[in-house]
Design a protein around this ligand. Structure first.
Ligand SMILES: Nc1nc2c(ncn2[C@@H]2O[C@H](COP(=O)(O)OP(=O)(O)OP(=O)(O)O)[C@@H](O)[C@H]2O)c(=O)[nH]1
Ligand SMILES: [Mg+2]
Length: 322
């Protein structure tokens, strides 16, 4: 399968991803083996995170950017993390159909996140799917998420550059923009800079630019630019890509690019440990038998949370001295 993935056999890629997303323990073991054999062919990519509130134009932007990128010879993979689908168990509607033109291209691979599971679980697999896409020869990987807090952080932690999409806003609205998200952006795009919205878009650009001056840049040696574009009318999207290339050069030269990836890999290892321990813990019969009762006692206030935790940990570790 690894050989077929490397030669970008679409069926093999799809099968590899299905294997990775499977929760069966034997599948997991195979998935890890597959990932280990693909590792040498991963990483020669730019990994982009794109986020923004619902309706801001993420799908439209990714379609326009994607078409532009394949036009200049790139192979693009688009992975979406939708925390709302993780919560509701539903799959994301529309996104795939809304990127209709892009979906028809052969040098493009689009994959919505699997439904169900926690955000952590979805993000965990998305990283691995990203590696499969890279091994298959995609040199631009875009991870998209809807802007609802935590998911942006999850995406930020797996990409080289985080792009935040916004739209023309009034001054009041600007105050309300979540500062935390703006702080983690390497590039801010004010989309819908067209027609009647153009003036407002330019003003929003100025407002953001001055707001950003007060913040410490997330990436060393890089000042977060604020650009305007119109994804719908395909204006300025090529300029946004040139900024991505600039970023790549600057961050590559000062070593921040490699450093970030190394940090991400180590953090990823620890996240795996945490998730795996958590799974094993909950699945252990000695723990499972006690969870419900102890949770109830803690909820009632008859048992201190720390004591409840100690009891469960002691059961798991088989050590009463804990
Ligand atoms: N005027 C204008 N409208 C745009 C632009 N980009 C997107 N839109 C419109 O904005 C609406 C939402 O666009 P989408 O691309 O679906 O937005 P999204 O961020 O993917 O939305 P969700 O997937 O629901 O979070 C659509 O009606 C688009 O046609 C733009 O550059 N200019
Ligand atoms: Mg969308």
């Amino acid at each position: 399968m690894a050989a077929d993935v490397r030669s970008n056999d679409r069926r093999a890629v799809a099968q590899a991803i299905t294997l990775i997303e499977s929760t069966r323990p034997d599948h997991r073991a195979n998935a890890e083996q597959l990932l280990a054999s693909l590792l040498g062919d991963t990483g020669k990519t730019i990994r982009l995170g794109i986020s923004g509130p619902p309706g801001v134009g993420k799908s439209t932007y990714i379609e326009t950017l994607g078409l532009y990128l394949i036009g200049i010879g790139h192979k693009v993979a688009i992975l979406t993390i939708d925390p709302t689908s993780a919560r509701s168990g539903g799959s994301i509607l529309g996104d795939k159909t809304r990127m209709e033109r892009l979906a028809r291209e052969t040098n493009v691979f689009i994959r919505p996140s699997p439904s169900g599971g926690s955000l952590g679980g979805v993000a965990r697999r998305t990283r691995e799917v990203m590696l499969v896409c890279e091994a298959a020869g995609h040199d631009v990987v875009i991870v998209e998420t809807v802007g609802v807090g935590q998911s942006e952080i999850a995406v930020r932690d797996m990409v080289d550059m985080f792009i935040l999409l916004t739209q023309p806003a009034s001054g009041d609205e600007l105050q309300g923009i979540k500062r935390g998200v703006v702080e983690i952006a390497d590039l801010l795009l004010v989309n819908k800079a067209d027609g009647e919205l153009l003036t407002a878009a330019k003003r929003t650009q100025t407002d953001y630019t001055s707001a950003l001056r007060l913040l410490r840049p997330v990436s060393v040696g890089w000042t977060t630019p604020v650009l305007t574009c119109s994804a719908l009318h395909e204006i300025g999207v090529d300029t946004t890509w040139r900024t991505v290339e600039d970023y790549w050069v600057v961050m590559g030269k000062n070593g921040a690019f490699d450093q970030r990836r190394r940090n991400q890999d180590v953090a990823w290892m620890w996240a795996e440990i945490k998730d795996t321990l958590n799974e094993r813990f909950r699945a252990a019969p000695v723990v499972a038998a006690k969870i419900e009762d102890l949770e109830r006692q803690v909820a009632n206030g008859t048992l201190a949370p720390a004591t409840g935790a100690q009891k469960l940990l002691a059961a798991f570790l088989g050590d009463n001295r804990l």
